[in-house]
Design a protein around this ligand. Structure first.
Ligand code: AMP
Ligand code: MG
Length: 534
């Protein structure tokens, strides 16, 4: 529903706050060069101005919830601010210091190397929200990199943040996409082919951007006072229902972080999202999906699939690994909090909660996807389905969405059961032969189960459709929007932004986007393979 215009203000008239900056230890240094920043939670840093900021895309849904009117085309002053060329009164821009485990190894200080928070505003629901620019130039945490981001990765972050929100997956949001008018040099596949690409800045929005890694750096550097200040601040402002910070609240807080992370990862699994770089610096303390980089969406269902070429060997962050990796990341957080909490049994209980919660959420979501009742323990029907889906390339989104169309009556033939699913298979003529027989047999048993459980059909189908999106941001679809944007055509981006507001609705006018990956996209960079170069 559109907010009445009277409730929306021009961006320039917002009042900005700086609670994070006021609450934590600042870097005493002010020179903006890459360096270690011991003792600090953040460094003050002004975005580096860009040549010609121009507003390319805007999220009306988020803008309205923040109480911000849509800027005029091109953006004017708003493009200046959200492109990093101008700082408004009340903003105290900063880059946060954090560390992290990258691909299983402690990496020391990382920090916001290209993200700069401008300030905080209070949204229409009364919730504080940080506005953070990604790609806004160098900070003390940039290490050897340039602090910039390219259009392709920024557009991917912009669209996916909003798509995930509408899918019901906890996530940071994206308000705007601004072209910088400057080129950025990237060697997309680290293979000696650097190219100049158009630069862009995304404005991301979240109640806070604190990561597991913010705690890890303080623990690793024995900065106990900073660690406690940050924990107390997160509890007071973001987990206020846990009461005054102290031993009890710390344990309850870790427990809740575990619970939120379990829910987030279960949703990823449900919609076929693969984050791609689940390093601990990319894990939000609020349980939000954060840092959209070389992420991807399953097309063929494959537990072993990862879009990230940097991880092609080890496949540490592949689709099926995500639940375990989140657990491992939580053990790193537990390690960092151990001295503060002073009760390792409580931390172990939190980790156990993760396992239990993930299991509960995932079985319920799978049961919803299949239109059956969740069972305690492994459900043989689901275990067999996973085997079948892996056997031949089967489009995850189409298969699950169409499952609701499979007849559940006892006298349906094998062909009648298979017919609604045929679009999900990549091999011509599939499913056929032995695979077709086994799948038809599985569908017959699924139908039997549906009849036995006797849930009213309309209710069952609605439950399935709410759990099985029709439209997700398929990699090749995002790539088409990127290719058009590079030619200054934002129409495909606008179309996706609209479409993905209602991913569970039929929207037959967009049926061309409910389609298997076309063959041209199978090996095209950006469609099947992505790197961290962004
Ligand atoms: P990521 O893998 O994208 O989460 O990034 C890991 C670390 O590298 C973070 O500290 C980022 O801020 C930093 N980083 C990534 N890309 C850049 C860049 N172009 N310039 C500066 N820092 C970067
Ligand atoms: Mg990151």
């Amino acid at each position: 529903m559109n907010a009445p215009d009277a409730l929306l203000r021009p961006f320039e008239q917002l009042s900005f706050d700086d609670l994070f900056v006021r609450s934590h230890a600042a870097d005493p240094g002010s020179h903006n060069v890459p360096r270690q920043v011991p003792g600090a939670a953040y460094s003050r840093v002004i975005p580096t101005p860009v040549a010609a900021p121009r507003l390319l895309a805007w999220s009306d849904v988020l803008g309205e919830s923040l109480g911000i009117a849509r800027p005029a085309p091109g953006g004017g002053v708003v493009a200046d601010v959200l492109g990093g060329a101008r700082v408004l009164p009340g903003m105290q821009p900063y880059a946060a210091r954090y560390g992290g485990h990258q691909f299983g190894q402690w990496a020391g200080q990382l920090g916001d190397g290209r993200a700069i928070t401008l300030g905080e505003i209070i949204d229409r629901a009364g919730q504080r929200q940080e506005l953070q620019l990604k790609g806004a130039g160098r900070t003390p945490y940039s290490r050897h990199a340039d602090g910039r981001a390219v259009l392709r990765s920024s557009l991917r972050e912009f669209l996916c943040s909003e798509a995930m929100h509408h899918l019901g997956v906890p996530t940071t949001r994206a308000l705007s996409l601004v072209a910088t008018g400057e080129g950025v040099v990237r060697d997309m596949f680290y293979n000696g082919n650097p190219q100049v690409e158009p630069g862009a800045v995304v404005c991301r929005v979240a109640p806070c951007f604190v990561r597991f890694g913010n705690f890890e750096i303080f623990a690793a550097e024995n900065e106990a006072a900073n660690l406690q200040t940050l924990a107390d601040w997160v509890i007071r402002h973001h987990y206020p229902h846990l009461g005054e910070p102290g031993p009890k609240a710390y344990a309850a807080w870790f427990d809740e972080v575990c619970g939120r992370t379990a829910l987030m990862v279960a949703h990823w699994m449900r919609v076929g999202f693969v984050h791609g770089v689940m390093n601990t610096d990319n894990m939000s303390i609020l349980g939000l999906t954060i840092d959209y980089g070389p992420y991807g969406w399953l097309e063929g269902f494959d537990l072993d699939w990862t879009p990230n070429t940097t991880d092609a060997e080890e496949r540490r962050y592949s689709y099926g690994q995500q639940p375990q990796i989140a657990y491992w990341n939580l053990t790193r957080l537990a390690g960092a909090l151990s001295d503060l909490v002073g009760d390792d049994d409580a931390l172990r209980a939190g980790l156990e909660r993760y396992r239990i919660d993930f299991g509960t959420h995932w079985s319920q979501m799978l049961a919803d996807k299949l239109g059956i009742a969740a069972q305690a323990g492994d459900d043989p029907l689901i275990v067999e389905l996973f085997g079948l889906l892996q056997q031949t390339e089967t489009d995850m989104t189409i298969f699950f969405r169409r499952l609701a169309d499979v007849p559940s009556d006892a006298d349906a033939t094998a062909e009648q059961r298979l017919a609604p699913l045929r679009d999900a298979f990549y091999a011509p003529g599939a499913p056929s032969g032995e695979h077709g027989r086994v799948l038809a047999d599985w569908l017959a048993r699924h139908a039997q189960r549906v009849r036995d459980e006797a849930e009213p059909p309309a209710q069952r189908i609605a439950r399935m459709q709410r759990s099985n999106p029709k439209y997700v941001l398929r990699n090749w679809i995002a790539q088409q929007a990127i290719d058009a944007a590079a030619q200054d055509d934002m129409a495909p981006t606008e179309r996706l932004l609209e479409l993905l507001k209602r991913p569970y609705d039929e929207q037959p006018e967009h049926a061309d986007l409910f389609a298997r990956r076309p063959e041209w996209a199978r090996f095209k960079p950006g469609c099947s393979a992505l790197s961290c170069s962004s």
